[in-house]
Design a protein around this ligand. Structure first.
Ligand SMILES: NC(=O)c1ccc[n+]([C@@H]2O[C@H](COP(=O)([O-])OP(=O)(O)OC[C@H]3O[C@@H](n4cnc5c(N)ncnc54)[C@H](OP(=O)(O)O)[C@@H]3O)[C@@H](O)[C@H]2O)c1
Length: 423
């Protein structure tokens, strides 16, 4: 049976407007599109959060903490009491539970026997398509807490109403729009709310889904994620009883499947430059969810930044295209777009944004498209400054080839890109 818990205050008024429905931004979207062409209810066996002395972080702790990534290295790691408990007695709060990765994480944690509390909006999913009932059905075996992570008060109230302390917070939150302000609001502020509320209610470990691309931060969402990463490290440095695992995955399958249907219809595979500008080791949702679930108890993942890719060798867009044509038994046909086209588009958007500040998201989306067209999703070797496939760790068993075969057979259902149709 699933338990549905609502915060007292309604909290679903904050859906972002669909940015790509704005005609001023549509150029960018179209441009990029062309190219991509039940567990039992709560167990009250531990002290109630309201009265417990574990509430050691007051409001004054909510101010941003100065970031210092190196600080974590100096910290000693204290054994967290939750690690010796039976999984069913470990309470894990999952925020961003309704996302592409988050929903697999919830179900993987449930499968491993943890007591999972999935935090969700009453209307969730891309463009709020999913109802409360659908979310409850999807998360059978987990407890669902409907709340608003963007409001500290509402969220704290919801967690207080659970009446149970939290052991671990897992965050799969991400801006759905990818816009500048929304990235800071979700990838930083809402995730920080989850850290602070989790800490107030006893959490001693935080697992963050980040991204490998933050190694070279040129985009706002990357800067927002990095700030949060740094604050996690700072928190661990201040309190040896608190630990984190920062997961930085390479590309997701959904980001690479956008051309399958087009190629199937006989269109060419579109790529930038010679198709070798970038490479990645794509990872499936179940494999990544399993890696994230490992981070709850694995001691070798404590206070670690963990870049992670899928199995097999790194693949360039050219190799991905060749694979697709081979699977479709078609003669390879490529359309090569000079990367300078993107640079020109970004230049135009950057100019326009000076006149029309409201176009900042359109300009940002152009930069995101350019970034993914040319930057590898691989470990950036600090010694050489080069991306290295060999040093990018692999995990899991699902391959891109199997994914392409499935999409050829069944289409992209469940693999829809976000609101901005870029990632
Ligand atoms: N795409 C890639 O190839 C790739 C590669 C590496 C890393 N990553 C990183 O992986 C992370 C997760 O990606 P994903 O694709 O799983 O994300 P996603 O599907 O867009 O899910 C985002 C989650 O955050 C929640 N959220 C967004 N805005 C919210 C708001 N205003 N209030 C409350 N909740 C909100 C969503 O809730 P709703 O369902 O209610 O909207 C959803 O649960 C991102 O940080 C991304 O940068 C992506």
């Amino acid at each position: 049976m699933s338990l549905s818990l609502s915060s007292k205050a309604p909290c679903l008024q904050n859906h972002q407007p669909l940015r790509n429905s704005n005609p001023r931004t549509s150029f960018c979207f179209h441009f990029i599109n062309q190219l991509q062409v039940s567990l039992p209810p709560y167990r009250f066996h531990v002290p109630c959060a309201k009265s417990s002395s574990f509430i050691k972080y007051g409001r004054e702790r909510l101010d941003p903490i100065a970031a210092s990534p190196a600080a974590a290295q100096a910290a000693e790691i204290a054994p967290a009491p939750f690690r010796s408990k039976n999984p069913k007695d470990i309470n894990i709060l999952v925020v961003g539970s309704t996302g592409y990765i988050g929903k697999f994480v919830v179900n993987e944690l449930v499968k491993r026997g943890f007591n999972v509390i999935a935090v969700a909006r009453e209307r969730s999913g891309i463009r709020g398509k999913k109802s409360k009932e659908e979310t409850l059905n999807e998360f059978k075996g987990a407890n669902v807490c409907f709340s608003d992570v963007t409001s500290m008060d509402v969220f704290a109230n919801s967690v207080e109403n659970l009446g149970n302390p939290i052991d671990v917070v897992v965050s799969c939150l991400a801006s759905r729009s990818g816009g500048v302000k929304d990235s800071w609001r979700i990838d930083y502020e809402a995730t920080k709310n989850s850290l602070m509320v989790g800490r107030n209610y006893g959490a001693s470990h935080f697992v963050l889904l980040s991204a490998i691309c933050v190694q070279k931060p040129l985009l706002e969402f990357q800067r927002a994620k990095l700030k949060l990463e740094a604050e996690l490290m700072e928190e661990a440095a201040k309190d040896v009883g608190f630990t984190y695992s920062i997961v930085r995955p390479t590309a997701f399958f959904k980001s690479l499947g956008g051309q399958v249907d087009l190629v199937k219809e006989g269109k060419p595979y579109v790529m930038f430059g010679d198709g070798k500008l970038c490479a990645c080791k794509p990872i499936s949702e179940p494999d990544l969810a399993s890696f994230i679930a490992d981070c709850v108890l694995s001691e070798d993942k404590i206070n670690q930044v963990l870049p992670i890719g899928g199995p097999g060798k790194a693949l360039t867009p050219l190799e991905q295209g060749e694979m697709l044509f081979r699977l479709l038994r078609k003669e390879p046909k490529f359309f090569k777009v000079p990367i300078e086209v993107m640079d020109f588009a970004i230049g135009v958007l950057d100019f326009l944004v000076k006149i029309f500040p409201s176009m900042e998201d359109a300009a940002e989306f152009g930069k995101i498209g350019r970034y993914y067209a040319a930057e590898s999703m691989l470990l950036l070797d600090p010694e050489t400054g080069e991306y290295t496939a060999d040093k990018t760790p692999s995990y899991g068993k699902d391959t891109l080839e199997e994914f392409f075969e499935r999409v050829i057979r069944e289409g992209m259902a469940g693999q829809e890109l976000g609101e901005q149709t870029i990632f």
